[in-house]
Design a binder for this molecule. Sequence first.
Ligand code: SF4
Length: 246
Amino acid sequence: MRLDRSGPVPYRLLNRAEALRLTYADASPVDVLAGIVAEFPDQVALVSSFGAEAAVLLHMVSQVDRDLPVLMIDTLMLFEETLTYQRELSDHLGLANVQHIRPDGEDLARVDPRGDLHRRDPDACCVVRKVVPLERALGRWPVTISGRKRFQASTRSDLSVFETDGDSLKVNPLAHWSAQDLRDYMIRHDLPLHPLVAQGYPSIGCLPCTTRVAPGEDHRAGRWRGSEKIECGIHFGADGRVQRAS
Ligand code: SF4
């Protein structure tokens, strides 16, 4: 699938993301992925946490291009179960190009030498361990795909499938999917669950900042529990720009 620049709406007059929204208005997430990968060869990477719901989008990618770069942000604070799950799920799906994005050693030595910044200033910790490493990596890929969904947080309620950030394009193929859609897809394709889901972790981030969620609680209640923080700061706000930790 390629962009139709001959349609009734002149392509050049439209915001780039709006043009893509029109082109892919009725497309499935897999068709969006296939179209974007074909439209922007060697310019696309997927960002994945290999968390509780990551298998859905990764499975779709495996149907389109198993060599697509998959960037995993390894804060060096992840659960060991997440690292094991990344290896096992990648093997299961045949993903051949998973790359770990890690914080810079000199940055850590300067701002978090004892590894306890998450207790004193979690926003700053997310910046040095997630935001900065990802921004450095994304300089290489003008088009990035993420598994963000609207239902996940109030900050994502207006999330679009296509967003722009300067000359970069952000693609969220599952933006409209519900938690039930994800569960149905996982079952239909017999995808392996992150082992911590069965232990009461429906949303999984870094070990020091993730706790179990009780029945009836919001599925992200275990992230930065007891603080106002709801995003790690690597996502993009309504203006399409990087949203620093809030
Ligand atoms: S989630 Fe916690 S440990 Fe991970 S980068 Fe953010 S503050 Fe640091």
